[in-house]
Design a protein around this ligand. Sequence first.
Ligand code: FES
Length: 105
Amino acid sequence: MKSKHPVFHSGSRKSITIFFNDEAVEAFEGQTVAAALVNSGRWLLGTSRSKNQPRGVFCTQGWCTNCYIHHQGEARVLACRMKSYDGMKVYSNQGDPAVPEDDND
Ligand code: FES
């Protein structure tokens, strides 16, 4: 069931289709990818590198970096900061960014 929350509601926006891991997802033009995915019941957006823990939408404001996804060759963009457009393809993120070696040892 779709939410009536204003973040998820269409208003007068155009209905579009985005693709998450090659699955079609209904969205509204300009809706964040995170909102479109959560509204479709897709809460799992990836896993962490070291412990393989689930990652998904948490802060919705670009602070926590928990919602990393891949967007058409671009690794690790934030789903909560990216706006949907028709036909866009995004993929789940497996693993956190590599941590550089500490040269000060
Ligand atoms: S949900 Fe926190 S940065 Fe996207």
